[in-house]
Write a protein that binds this ligand. Sequence first.
Ligand code: SF4
Ligand code: SF4
Length: 248
Amino acid sequence: MFHQASHDGRRLVEGLLCQNGESLDWIDDLRQLQAKYLEKSPQRAQRDCSAGCPACCMTAQVDATPIEAIAVSEYLRNYLDTDDLFNVKNRLTRVTKLRIAQINAQAPQRPLACGLLGLDGKCSIYPVRPIICSGVFSLNQNECAKAEREAQAGDFSQSIPLDQEAIQATGGISGTLQRVLVEHGLDGNLYELSSAVLAALQVPDCLEHYLNKEDIFQNAICTDPHSPPRKRIVPKPKFLNRRASRPA
Ligand code: SF4
Ligand code: SF4
């Protein structure tokens, strides 16, 4: 599944880069491709997820590519009124500050709820949630609840039985998305979702600026700095390439 999903993902992302579409089109197309693979998983019938079951959103740190964060920011701009947008920005700011304090060991290592989890326990951006959110399925809701309780008490060691085929396909699509963005000179790093959406919300017409290779996410928390602009690729010094030829 991983390789086929990667292969199809590459074709899709290359096409999207040529089309000059909206970020919401990107997420729609990626989601459609992902759904095709999620349907094929042999563990599909054993999935135990349901709407309003928020243990995963209360504990897991979600990482997203710039494109996914921009799509969420566009959705929030388009569909929230001024007051609700203000409240979401406050929540994202609070989660980001806590996350930074945890990284700097200035706050206890406790799970933080996703900044986009609604007060009703449901995802407030469900149609445009990152593909990792739509690709993880637990096979046991009770295990999720138990893992959340343990994590709140500081024990992160609990494992949850997951639909592995769905994860493979999702990993293939996400990995390809990152790779193709990087190949086109774009930021393809992974960022913690709340901080990345907050960064995207600061920039009107964010997708256009992003595709112009502006560094929109410099203040977001980069969780996997694998390429520019987060990781500078330092060329290997030439002398390291020379064959060692020392006199005896
Ligand atoms: S992953 Fe777990 S907590 Fe999240 S919706 Fe599925 S069963 Fe519920
Ligand atoms: S984006 Fe939505 S689905 Fe994903 S962790 Fe946040 S609240 Fe949950």
